[in-house]
Unconditional design. Structure first.
Length: 308
C-alpha cells in the first residue's frame, strides 16, 4: 500500500515535471524563427514521426496530408498533440468511390483536400469532381502539378489548361504545388527539366495567375518551391512581396528529425538537409519580418479558418 502510494506520488511528480517542461519546449521551438510557423504540407509519417519533425524544425502547427486509409492514424496524432495539427485528406481519384470517401472525411473533421497527385488531366472528370467537392465544403485543395519531369511521369496536366479551370470553378480554392507550378514562375520553361536553374524571365504563367485569380494560392514546399526561391534572389524577393497574401510555407520534407536525418535527395539546395529549415531560412533572408509572418503563419490561418 505504501509502495503504491509512493509510486503514485512519484508518478504525479514526474507528470508535473513533464507539464512544466512542455511549455519551454514549445517556446524554444517557436522562438527559433521570427514568427510562429504553420507547415501546410507535412505528409503523415508513421509512429508519431510528424511530431519529431515539427519539434526539430521549429514548427508550431502543421497540416497532416492523409490518405483516407490513414485517417485513424491522423486522428490519433491530432488527439495526442492538441493544438498542433489539422488534417487534409485524399483518396485515389482514379477509383469511382473516391469522392464519397473524401466527403465522409470532410464531414468528420478534415479541413482540406490533398495532396491530389494522380496521372490525370487537369480538366478531366476526376479533377472536376475534386474541384466541385472542394467548393461544396468551402475547403482548399492542394494539387501536385508535374510535367517535363523525366522518369517520374506527369501529374494533373497540361499545366497551361489550369487557368481555364480556376476560372470555371470560382468557388474552389486552389493551392498550387510541385514542379510545373514552380517552373512556371518564369516565362521561359525549359523542356524536360524538373527544376530549372538560372535567372527568371518575368511574366510566367504562375506569377500571372496569382495576380489574376483571387481563388489561387501557392504552397512553397519541396525542392520545387525551394528551387524557385533560389534561382534569382532579386526576383524572388519581389515575388514574395507581390503575392504576400497568397503564398504559404510548407515543407513536404522526408527527413526524420527536422534536421535532415534520412534526407536522400541529391538536389543541391536540400541535399542532406531538412527542407523545412532550408525554405524557412530562404524566406527569412528574402522577406521582411511582416511578409515572413504572413507567409508562414497568417495566410494559412485565414484560408483554413483555424485559430492562430
Ligand atoms: Zn507533391
Ligand atoms: Zn525535414
Amino acid at each position: 500500500m505504501l509502495n503504491r502510494r509512493r509510486f503514485l506520488s512519484r508518478l504525479s511528480e514526474s507528470v508535473a515535471a513533464t507539464a512544466a517542461l512542455t511549455p519551454n519546449i514549445a517556446a524554444q521551438s517557436g522562438s527559433e524563427w521570427p514568427s510562429p510557423v504553420l507547415d501546410i504540407h507535412l505528409h503523415l509519417k508513421p509512429n508519431d514521426g510528424n511530431f519529431e519533425h515539427i519539434e526539430g524544425s521549429g514548427v508550431r502547427q502543421a497540416i497532416l496530408l492523409t490518405s483516407v486509409e490513414q485517417d485513424d492514424v491522423a486522428k490519433a496524432a491530432i488527439a495526442q498533440h492538441p493544438g498542433r495539427y489539422a488534417q487534409f485528406v485524399r483518396a485515389d481519384i482514379t477509383k469511382p468511390d473516391a469522392i464519397a470517401k473524401m466527403r465522409a472525411c470532410l464531414k468528420d473533421g478534415a479541413i482540406g483536400l490533398g495532396e491530389i497527385n494522380f496521372h490525370v488531366a487537369v480538366d478531366g472528370p476526376e479533377m472536376r469532381g475534386v474541384y466541385e467537392l472542394a467548393a461544396e465544403f468551402d475547403v482548399p485543395v492542394t494539387i501536385h502539378f508535374q510535367e517535363d519531369s523525366p522518369g517520374d511521369g506527369e501529374f494533373t496536366t497540361p499545366f497551361k489548361s489550369l487557368p481555364a479551370m480556376i476560372k470555371a470553378y470560382p468557388k474552389t480554392k486552389f493551392i498550387g504545388h510541385a514542379n510545373a507550378f514552380w517552373a512556371n514562375i518564369s516565362a521561359d520553361v525549359p523542356p524536360n527539366t524538373a527544376y530549372p536553374a538560372g535567372k527568371i524571365k518575368p511574366g510566367g504563367l504562375t506569377d500571372r495567375m496569382l495576380t489574376e485569380f483571387p481563388n489561387l494560392y501557392a504552397d512553397l514546399s519541396a525542392n520545387s518551391g525551394r528551387n524557385a526561391l533560389g534561382r534569382d534572389p532579386e526576383f524572388a524577393a519581389a515575388f514574395l512581396e507581390r503575392h504576400r497574401t497568397k503564398l504559404m510555407f510548407g515543407c513536404d520534407c522526408p527527413c526524420k528529425d527536422g534536421h535532415g536525418a534520412g534526407q536522400v535527395s541529391q538536389a543541391p539546395l536540400i541535399k542532406g538537409r531538412c527542407v523545412a529549415r532550408e525554405t524557412l531560412t530562404a524566406l527569412k533572408q528574402l522577406a521582411s519580418p511582416a511578409v515572413f509572418r504572413e507567409i508562414v503563419w497568417e495566410n494559412s490561418h485565414r484560408l483554413l479558418r483555424i485559430p492562430a
